[in-house]
Write a protein that binds this ligand. Sequence first.
Ligand SMILES: [Zn+2]
Length: 343
Amino acid sequence: MPLKSWDEIQVYQNEIARIMTNSHRMDRISHSYIFEGPNGTKKTSTAFLFAKSLLCTNPDGFNPCNSCHNCRRVDNRSHPNLFYVKPQGKVIKKEQIQELLDEFSKASVEKGPRIYIIEEADKLNTTSANTLLKTMEEPGADIYQVLVTENYNALLKTIISRAETIHFKPIDRDIIRKQLLENKIEANIASAISEYTVDMGAAIKIARDDSMVSLINLVIELHKRFLDRKSSALLLFKEKAFTILDNLEFIEFFLTLMIFYEKDVLNYQLRHLEDICFSDELEVIAHLSEKMSQKYIEQNIEKMLGLKSRLKYNINNKLAFDKMLTCLERGYKYGTHCSGDTI
Ligand SMILES: [Zn+2]
């Protein structure tokens, strides 16, 4: 969904909304911006909002009207004065930049500002960067550029020095959680997802994916079983989770949530209650925290992180997860510690 106003971006990036609207009010909008920050921080959608604000024929302050012909064409990405470039393969080729500059001079371009947005600008190679720099040296009164990157340090120094950098911060997890709750997602599920991702789009996607949600519930259920000597957590895992073991995304998600839960137990021991992710499970977490020493919990987390980094090497996941769960189950139920450095 395209952003509609700077008030909307304010929810996620308060400082940036302030900087951009102030610059507009003081007539100090820069012709060259670098939008840098981690994935999921709304850099590209803000770049399009910027373009829409510049092109709108009926703006309210710096907020676009969202209904004029220009606004609609920006939202459809069909405005002839708006150019969007992203890497073809590993680099942004010189020809892509040349093509962009050629387009700029064509008759199809309408009166008014022209804006180009370059995605993954760190992938500009030296030749394409030099071609671009020529336009940046004399940008012309009505040309604006936004370079978007997650990898600021890889940008050429010459580009950085010619542009104004706007730093996008990771989105506050509380905001993600609140939005999930507003979307009628259960509190426990919302907490786990907001701990997992700061990308609102990804968060909603997970919340709507029944398999992912059932994995969150499985993590919660497994930890309840760790306290119950009459039932086996390993057995529950085998019943419920055998289908996930072929899917790397699911495995990674499940393991990450298991690690969050172990960290919760550790945080409970350390009395860092505000850092607890599964806060609705506080009673279970409190019991678990009495069953294992801090040192063992830390070692388990260490081993689980080790397992996570090995997942992509196609290790025998079934065996590894059986071992991990046996290790945790024995630890919580009987206080025994599993030997070996890895899971
Ligand atoms: Zn408009």
